[in-house]
Design a protein around this ligand. Sequence first.
Ligand code: CP
Ligand code: NVA
Length: 298
Amino acid sequence: MNRLLSIEELNAELLIELINSAEKLKAERSNPSSLPLQGQTWAMIFTKSSTRTRVSFEVGVRELGGSIMFLSSNDIQLGRGEPIKDTARVLGRMVHGCIIRTFAQQDVIDFSEFGNIPTINALTDEEHPCQILADLLTIKEILGTWENKKVVFIGDGDNNMSRSWIWAAKHLGFQLVIAAPKSCFPPQEFMAKVNAPNVSLTDDPISACKDAHIINTDVWLSMGQEGQADKEALFNAYQVNSELLNHAHHDHIVLHCLPAYRDKEITEEILEKHASTIFQQAENRLHAQKAVLAKIAK
Ligand code: CP
Ligand code: NVA
């Protein structure tokens, strides 16, 4: 493994190895047993905003012994139209690895191929693999396992988080229900490609949440979709609130990748009630990404 571009590209064995490694790195954070990035310099290229991803990678690379530079697309020639493949061919000769947050999945694929260095997808329109690793780690810590659990993703069924969850369910076999307005279902071709009988789609949030162990939501409008009021209006019945959670399993947890828009996709009450889980999930970005870095660094 020399890159993490998607959950799609992983398999059950690799997912479990990364989660186990993240647990170990978390436990030994104050007394690390090795520094796999010692002597290395990594770059981050972000064309979208970030708090968690940026900070967790900056801290993570340093904690593994490396150094890191943040490159906003506004500051480098990429922002003036230099192709991603040329940016990759330059950085590939100078840095040891690159972490990219951008719009098109093809851009992270191109970077990885033209740069020929370890490359990590820090969120595209299609996938958010680092977040899913942190989410799975959080589930394992709190519930012990995802096996035989019912997971619900409620919100935009056709965004980076829902797609990455769908691939995770495909690999790991847990039951996943995507609850979304019909026009925000993942496309049929995508579902056919995944071909996972354990993943179902519904536009009924109540039936989706029935007896669910893990209720997971995300913003209704992803980065790049700001101002799409027509789309946002579709989601009013899909808010994670106390009424909806009455239908969940009595021992459920609530996940949110953050940032959260209170009283839109989740109420203030529910976010605060589940804050210890949700901020543990945010912290786990650091540990999960250190596991990825340690695995793919050359
Ligand atoms: N969840 C997540 O990726 O957060 P940021 O956008 O703040 O990085
Ligand atoms: N779906 C969201 C995730 C944010 C971490 C977005 O792309 O904006």
